[in-house]
Design a protein around this ligand. Structure first.
Ligand SMILES: [Zn+2]
Length: 68
């Protein structure tokens, strides 16, 4: 008997046995793509918190030279 599953990434049919190294994914590539999407999702959430921080202060100080 052969157990089969569908790759969560590309939906291709994967034979689910000891040789199916990347199950439930069909290949390492699909597994990495899926992990990458998860990673990007986390980055987006983390990136939102950057807006709560003050802007970088590497701009020249206008008042310093205009006051002279
Ligand atoms: Zn796949």
């Amino acid at each position: 008997m052969t157990t089969k599953a569908h790759c969560p990434n590309c939906k291709i049919e994967v034979v689910w046995n000891a040789a199916a190294k990347w199950r439930p994914f069909c290949s390492e590539r699909c597994r990495l793509i899926d992990l990458g999407e998860w990673f990007n999702e986390n980055n987006r959430i983390a990136g939102n918190s950057l807006f709560e921080q003050p802007p970088p202060s590497d701009w020249p100080d206008d008042e310093d030279w205009s006051g002279r």
